[in-house]
Design a protein around this ligand. Sequence first.
Ligand SMILES: [Zn+2]
Length: 430
Amino acid sequence: MEKHVDATRTLIRGARIVTAAGDEGVTDLAFANGVIEGPEPRGPVDVDVDASGLVLTPAFLDPHVHLREPGFEVKEDLASGLAAAAAGGFGTVVSMANTDPAIDEPSLVRWLIEKAAVLPGARLRPAAALTMGLKGTQLTDAVALKEAGAVMLTDDGIPVSDGEVMRRACEWAADLGLVVQTHSEDPALRRDGVMNEGEVSERLGLPGNPRIAEASMVYRDCAIAAFTGARVHIAHVTCREALDVVAHFKERGAPVTCEVTPQHLSLTDAAFDTFDPVYKVAPPLRTSDDVDALREGVKRGLVDCIGTDHAPHTRDEKHGDLLSAPFGIANVEVAFAVLCEALVTTGDLDLPALLRLLQDGPARVMGWDAPTLAAGAPADVVLLDLDTARVVDPATFKSKAKFGPWDGQTLRGWPVKTWVAGHLAFDRAT
Ligand SMILES: [Zn+2]
């Protein structure tokens, strides 16, 4: 079931068009019936938008969000999560399967797609679980899940500790052409670590989660990708060693891709000096050396895309005891501004290169057409204000998780309007 289309004819006037291909200059763009028409509207215009001083680009793709429905609607639901994604400039998101029940049956995939299709906000492309109930033992029916509309297999949130299970899943996925996304952390090594194992965890006396937990399982998952031919996508790479492993396998032609998150590109384990569970995420925030390695990997093109890993929880859960607080950072609404500050302001990337990580990169990971503003393409577009500094005010978040690591910070690089299938899915002015 496709996203419902808005028949309105919208004309966006005077925006500077920037895409992954570069700066394409100032022009107009019209769309109607959910489809881009081009610089000239092909009929009477219903909505006229003056976009002078703003940048227009295809809406972003996020291969990694947690929308929590079904089962955890107290944290987020499809309506709030998809609205939050649109507010972040995302036109399409891939939802993870670690809900309750887990998305391990075709009927659940169909239910999600049908429910999301009539909601405003971003498009939903659901991932399905790799194992039944995310228990890591019995494989799901990948054929039926794909037929129902699942675009990825993953137990994300929970590492698949049994290598044989991962191998069999990848053999199936290779035949089906489905992407397998892995949460690569060896549970035996990570144990009850709440933050990166290192100088800071030792000083604070907090249980650490070592880099080797991640790097060793990234190695296993890349090796299985190379062996089976499955397209394996390594979620949230956080440390130098894990990135080195990905580079090693990519150099040898393994069908491996990887993502990094805005938080791992911008924050370090030094944040735990506050003992604030808002920074608790798995894999954990690492050191400034790891942040340097990730930024270098992004610059070199070793990192394929950004995944936000938007992982909302309730305020009570995230403001309790550090040891028992759940892992995850809700970020989809601030992701672009955080990335602009971490990568563009620092001079690591220019804007087209950042857009590549949010448009062409995730599309290639998923095996989809790259988003474009060409005539006939879906009218999924976002207007960006790169100049206005705004204070992060979580009270304005569409997400149910109205708090995060960047609250109160002044950032530049904000989506101001997002259209999905021609429908105005987000407007910062209202
Ligand atoms: Zn995740």
